[in-house]
Design a protein around this ligand. Structure first.
Ligand SMILES: C[S@@+](CC[C@H](N)C(=O)[O-])C[C@H]1O[C@@H](n2cnc3c(N)ncnc32)[C@H](O)[C@@H]1O
Length: 335
């Protein structure tokens, strides 16, 4: 038997009510028929999603209706529906997503910025914290287990391997935007052979990272913004590995080029700069942006090569792979 969520009575909600609730109508007789049908379809999709979640439908119905909603959002974007209208129309679905503690982090940025280390920790250990009978349970479960979350775990495994390899050289590692070093969770034995320099603007992230790496040969912590912080640590190279995992997705091209240029002077002769970026071929983009307020700068391989070229590095030295989901670009420059 379905349950009612209180604020939304699912039994009778219709597309028209969603649109009226949003306070917008493109209007009957609007010559822009495509716009109007995109609006109607989006309203219908929101109503169906709200109905599925509110009636505690099966996971397939809930997740299926969420994907239908994403399809309607894409169509609305293609039709040119104004973004304020889209936001207002999806609001009931956005609020339902926010009933998941994990998704509400993505929506509200409780540490004041997106992609904080606590969010990463949650992705790394992806157990839903919503109660199984909570209407948001399957949304949280899906958000933590679908490819857009898996890509981050794949990235962490890749980073962990790179640190392991560097530990077999001289083990001098600079980790820029290290977060809590979720890539080194469990303090693997090879950290004994590493000297870490950890740079992050978030002191709590650094505290967790230092605790994780207490078995390391040495750990130096720098709490600063990447621009100022790099100036402090660059002269203390050379490093066998400079790692910038999950950082560039938030930074503009020119700043990345500048940072890579700075870093390139601090890499040992057989060392690497390694960094990642979310791919521009990301079917989950419409979901994370419209229903989770998680905005990443998506990039293609060609864009990464151009950024590297602007940093004064021969693009041929850049090796780009994709993780198993295909959603993340794993980039390495060998010095
Ligand atoms: C998405 S997390 C990635 C953490 C870790 N590198 C990983 O791969 O899981 C981004 C980290 O970069 C840090 N960060 C973001 N912008 C920064 C900036 N401008 N300066 C320094 N740190 C920054 C955040 O505090 C956060 O810990």
């Amino acid at each position: 038997m379905g349950r009612c969520l209180g604020i939304y009575d699912m039994s009778s909600i219709s597309a028209q009510q969603v649109q009226t609730h949003a306070g917008f109508r493109t209007g009957d007789g609007d010559p822009h028929h495509g716009l109007q049908s995109a609006e109607t379809d989006l309203g219908d999709a929101v109503a169906e999603f709200v109905q599925a979640v509110g009636s505690a439908a099966s996971p397939h119905s809930i997740i299926g209706s969420m994907h239908m909603l994403c399809g309607a959002l894409e169509a609305a974007g293609n039709a040119g529906l104004p973004s304020e209208l889209v936001r207002a129309l999806v609001r009931p679905a956005y609020d339902l997503h926010g009933r998941s503690g994990f998704i509400s982090r993505l929506q509200d940025w409780p540490r004041g910025y997106p992609g904080d280390y606590e969010t990463i920790e949650w992705i790394a250990s992806p157990t839903p914290q919503a109660a199984v009978d909570d209407p948001a349970y399957w949304l949280e479960w899906y958000a933590l287990n679908c490819p857009i979350a898996q890509q981050h775990r794949n990235k962490l495994a890749w980073q962990r391997n790179l640190v392991h390899e560097a530990s077999m050289r001289s083990g001098r590692i600079l980790n820029v935007g290290c977060g809590g070093c979720a890539d080194l969770a469990g303090s693997p034995s090879f950290v004994r052979d590493c000297d870490f320099t950890l740079l992050d603007m978030d002191g709590d992230a650094l505290a967790l990272a230092s605790q994780r790496l207490r078995g390391a040969r040495s750990t130096r912590v720098v709490q600063r913004d990447v621009i100022r912080g790099l100036r402090d640590v660059i002269g203390q190279g050379p490093y066998d590995l400079v790692l910038c995992g999950g950082l560039f997705d938030y930074l503009p091209d020119r700043l990345i080029s500048r940072l890579l240029w700075q870093i390139s002077g601090a890499v040992a002769a057989d060392g690497y700069i390694a960094f990642t970026n979310i791919s521009d071929r990301n079917p989950f983009r419409v979901w994370i942006e419209n229903l989770a307020n998680w905005h990443l700068i998506h990039r293609s391989e060609d864009q990464m090569r151009e950024i590297v070229r602007e940093a004064g590095t021969e693009p041929g030295r850049l090796v780009i792979e994709r993780d198993a989901t295909g959603l993340t670009l794993l980039c390495r420059i060998q010095s």
